[in-house]
Design a protein around this ligand. Sequence first.
Ligand SMILES: Cc1cc2nc3c(=O)[nH]c(=O)nc-3n(C[C@H](O)[C@H](O)[C@H](O)COP(=O)(O)OP(=O)(O)OC[C@H]3O[C@@H](n4cnc5c(N)ncnc54)[C@H](O)[C@@H]3O)c2cc1C
Length: 411
Amino acid sequence: MTTHARGVPAVADPGIPAGRSAIVDLLVLGAGPAGCAAALRALQLRPDARVVLLDAAAFPRDKACGDGIAPHGLDVLRALGVPDAVAGYSPVDRMRLRTPGGAEVATPSRRANYVVPRKIFDARLVAAARARGAVLLRQRARSVVTGGTADEPVVIVNGDLRARVVIGADGANSITRRSLGIGPNPPEALAIAVRGYADAPHTPGPPEQLIEMTDEGWPAYAWSFPIGDGRANIGYGMLRSKLAALPGDTGGRTVLHGTLARMLPEQPAHPGTLRAHHLPMSTWRPRQPDGPVLLAGDAASLINPLTGEGIYYALLSGSLAGAAATTATPAQAGAVYRRALDRELGRHLRHTALLAGLAGRRRTLMDSAVRAAGHRTELYDNLIEIGLGRGTIPTASVARLALRRIISTRP
Ligand SMILES: Cc1cc2nc3c(=O)[nH]c(=O)nc-3n(C[C@H](O)[C@H](O)[C@H](O)COP(=O)(O)OP(=O)(O)OC[C@H]3O[C@@H](n4cnc5c(N)ncnc54)[C@H](O)[C@@H]3O)c2cc1C
């Protein structure tokens, strides 16, 4: 439920340059990939728009993440006029997938990924948004209230910042989302993962990203992504529901740190680099409400449930939200954005939810898929597209898989 307050006076904020009205066109809460993409797209469409990016952290800032940047995210950034977000980092075109059943594949991908520490990647995006005219304010958003009238709403943040449209890009614990009356994802659609930095493995051949799945708490996996500077980003993640179901009363931290150390014994984490964070999966997405408050990225639960990838979806949804904020009236912005998101990602999201449901129940499905992908390049490419981009299940297989799901969920 959105809170309504009427007649709140405009209060000038010293962070907004002189000459700009205190009621800004767009206030973006959170300056991660979703927030920066929103600001960049809004200013691309309307260079004279008054856009403010608000973040609680000072940039450059760390973010617990695998740092894996899929090529699809770079496509979005290129379209936003940011071609150099991964400059200086080498492409990694191999991803080695290993399943608990012993299936393994490491075919070169059609398009390479990059591994760029978020401290650098996100700071580059913020710099690009500022260079285009966005004003960056360091402030924690604590309240988001919609006032004004139904036809001309005004959104008030922290009691004094006023905007025609607000985009909540404030991540997995989004305050914007809470202000809309939307709760967090349930444990079966919420993962938790720990990330650290370690020495990169000394393996012969070209560098490759490793994803090692495990039976413990299935679906769960550890990863090791070489950065190219002698280090690798390592980590391990699982669903909260599976963590809660583990026997004994071992704390989450002990399980995550212990499993990571056990699964990647050759790569102990550098001291002080382990950090955990939640991943709201797209298997439980809130409905974007009509009106002037939009949710993008993790705040909208847009993380791929098969891989934990979220940067591409954050960039894409942020960009779509930024477009809706500038092209639609504030009263209609939410509805316009909801339809755009559904056009772009609806089918992909439905198919990944179907696959995640099946794979979660039957681990052997993942074994078979990875084994088959080892023999057929087009299947491997399709698997990568589904896990990292907007890939969908081939039409011929949808009905068969849907039927399997019905059978596998029967008591
Ligand atoms: C351990 C781990 C590994 C992952 N690995 C990968 C990977 O390899 N590749 C991938 O694509 N995805 C990965 N993800 C997912 C990815 O990190 C997220 O999907 C992505 O960061 C979402 O971007 P965002 O802009 O929506 O949110 P965020 O990147 O979380 O940015 C949110 C911003 O909002 C700010 N903020 C939060 N609350 C407030 C507030 N109240 N007021 C003001 N500012 C606020 C924060 O400071 C932050 O800057 C991983 C996630 C985790 C936890």
